[in-house]
Design a protein. Structure first.
Length: 273
């Protein structure tokens, strides 16, 4: 197997560490690296890497939607989500696009909060970007009775809500919506290291509401810390990263890998540096 993560930038990506760990653990011959492709050079960059023998690709920002036009086949889930984060190239050179982000999100919740019931109440999703698309799909797939999208740009929230048949609200109304939510998910980059903090007050949350953040640097964001102090269950973003990688690795190798304590410890050590 010769695989890589493509995006811009990719120097910070933890994907090489994850997949190379699994290659070694399951004794699969191959390698996984990171290749930066600038916006506007995706078509040429992808073709060049396929020429070089790459058959597996993890796709990250900013290429998750643009790469759809370069695939010969897009699976139904990726079509519904409208974004791709995994590519497999078959022996005939056909490019297949998939989305495993939704699986990563729901599995990370089931691992970190196994007692949580997605059907227990409405979901509030903060943000309307590519990650939000997969998470809204994942919430619907898991049985959330209602999903509400809040985004700083109302038009983006309206557009995404229309595609998935869910509700949207003005960003200013997010606190009011939080009061009745069974789960709140931050899908924005707010709160990430080097980014502005997320403006969200947990005081209106029900005590049994779950709070998730897809940010994993820092591992414990201010949102998660304040939610935990309020008495809420929380789910860190690292779990989503790990679990979305599992079906991708299986698609490329035929092996569905496990998330081990050893792997998680390796990632935590990397994040500390």
């Amino acid at each position: 197997m010769k695989a890589t993560v493509i995006g811009c930038p990719v120097g910070h990506s933890l994907s090489p560490l994850i997949h190379n760990y699994w290659l070694k653990k399951y004794q699969v011959e191959g390698r996984y690296d990171a290749q930066e492709i600038q916006p506007g050079q995706l078509k040429e960059g992808l073709a060049r890497l396929i020429e070089q023998g790459y058959t597996g690709f993890s796709v990250t920002i900013p290429h998750k939607q643009a790469v759809m036009d370069l695939c010969d086949v897009v699976d139904d889930t990726a079509k519904r989500i409208g974004a791709i984060n995994c590519i497999a190239v078959d022996r005939d050179g056909r490019i297949e696009g998939l989305n495993t982000d939704w699986f990563g999100f729901t599995e990370s919740v089931r691992e970190a909060a196994p007692e949580f019931d997605f059907t227990s109440g409405p979901a509030l999703v903060l943000g309307a970007g590519g990650a939000a698309r997969a998470i809204v799909y994942g919430l619907q797939h898991a049985g959330a009775p209602k999903t509400i999208i809040a985004n700083r740009t109302l038009d983006k929230a309206r557009e995404l809500a229309g595609e998935f048949g869910v509700e949207y609200i003005d960003w200013a109304d997010r606190q009011k919506a939080a009061a009745g939510a069974g789960v709140v998910v931050n899908t924005t980059a707010a709160g990430m290291t080097g980014k502005p903090p997320l403006e969200f007050d947990v005081k209106n949350l029900k005590k049994d509401a779950l709070v998730c953040d897809i940010v994993y640097s820092p591992l414990r964001t201010a949102l998660l810390e304040s939610a935990a102090a309020h008495g809420n269950m929380t789910v860190e973003g690292l779990g989503m990263l790990l679990h979305q990688a599992r079906p991708a690795f299986e698609r490329w190798t035929g092996v569905l890998p496990a998330v081990t304590d050893e792997l998680r410890h390796m990632l935590l050590e990397k994040l500390k540096k």
